[in-house]
Write a protein that binds this ligand. Structure first.
Ligand SMILES: NC(=O)c1ccc[n+]([C@@H]2O[C@H](COP(=O)([O-])OP(=O)(O)OC[C@H]3O[C@@H](n4cnc5c(N)ncnc54)[C@H](OP(=O)(O)O)[C@@H]3O)[C@@H](O)[C@H]2O)c1
Length: 262
């Protein structure tokens, strides 16, 4: 990493090379944050030159911990965890391999644990509380057939974030508590991770775009999550957000029969 971002507020997006994480990384760069992305592949395309990248494979816990230590050496203002391993295709539990399950746990859950453990101190170090944004999913609330590993790992990730948010007392005088916010899309989002699981020629016109997360990301950059600590927010296609308790997104799961999942 170079020194050109010295004195700028720093942000980290784990899984920020593509998809929703990239939408958050771009929005934070837009408002002047010095953004580091952790992922296996480098961010590409418009705006990628504003993002620093630390090549990291979350299935290699030692490498991930080293990358996170490097990023968290200096104070952080905002951290987002958006990395995900969906699985090769939707499949019934009886067809899922242990290797695939381990990968989902490594990327969707253990990577989050590592990120929290290494970055929470750096989020407290800036003098004002920082914000941790976890990208969640409707599957946390709905579960569903054909997605057992994804559902279980995402639900555990949500519980981990909830537990930590309850440990952080943002009201105590002089508290250096970190604000924890979870956000999930109101519907399907057109991302590379989803495209890998869809047939060629699939119609994405009803799908949300990762940029829908930009208004919430900008709000968190401006307020460090003030008033949103502990919230589970649904983000819709217009970029507006509301508490998940107002309206739970419908399940994106569907009944699948053996061998036909996509
Ligand atoms: N898209 C949707 O419709 C939807 C719906 C509900 C919830 N979500 C949630 O949104 C979040 C992001 O999903 P997305 O659809 O935007 O996914 P995506 O486009 O596939 O992006 C996933 C990110 O995770 C990184 N990643 C994956 N495996 C990794 C590994 N082993 N090591 C390091 N980085 C890794 C990817 O980077 P590299 O490939 O470069 O490593 C990429 O930056 C997830 O938490 C998901 O549960 C998405």
């Amino acid at each position: 990493m170079t020194a050109h971002g010295r004195n700028r507020r720093r942000a980290l997006v784990v899984g920020g090379s593509t998809g929703i994480g990239r939408g958050v990384a771009d929005a934070w760069a837009d408002v002047g944050l010095d953004v580091v992305v952790l992922s296996r592949s480098a961010p590409v395309g418009p705006g990628a030159d504003r993002l620093r990248w630390v090549a990291t494979d979350l299935t290699d816990a030692a490498q991930a911990a080293e990358s996170l230590m490097l990023v968290a050496e200096s104070s952080l203002h905002s951290v987002c965890y958006s990395a995900v391993h969906y699985g090769d295709r939707r499949a019934l539990f009886k067809e899922c391999s242990e290797a695939e399950w381990r990968r989902q746990v490594d990327v969707n859950l253990h990577g989050l644990w590592l990120t929290l453990s290494r970055t929470l101190p750096a989020l407290r170090r800036g003098g004002t509380p920082g914000v941790f944004l976890g990208v969640s999913s409707e599957v946390v609330y709905n579960a569903g057939p054909g997605r057992s590993g994804y559902a279980a790992s995402k639900a555990a990730a949500a519980a981990l974030l909830d537990s930590i948010s309850q440990e952080e007392n943002t009201e105590a005088p002089g508290a250096e508590a970190v604000r924890v916010v979870q956000a999930l899309p109101a519907g399907m989002v057109d991302t590379p991770g989803i495209r890998r699981r869809r047939p060629e020629g699939f119609d994405y016109s009803t799908y949300m775009r990762p940029a829908s997360f930009a208004p919430l990301a900008r709000e968190l950059a401006a307020t460090a999550g003030a008033g949103l600590h502990g919230a589970h927010l649904v983000v819709d296609g217009t970029g507006a957000w509301y508490p998940v308790s107002d309206k739970l997104p419908v399940s994106q799961s569907r009944r699948i029969s053996s061998g036909t999942g996509s």
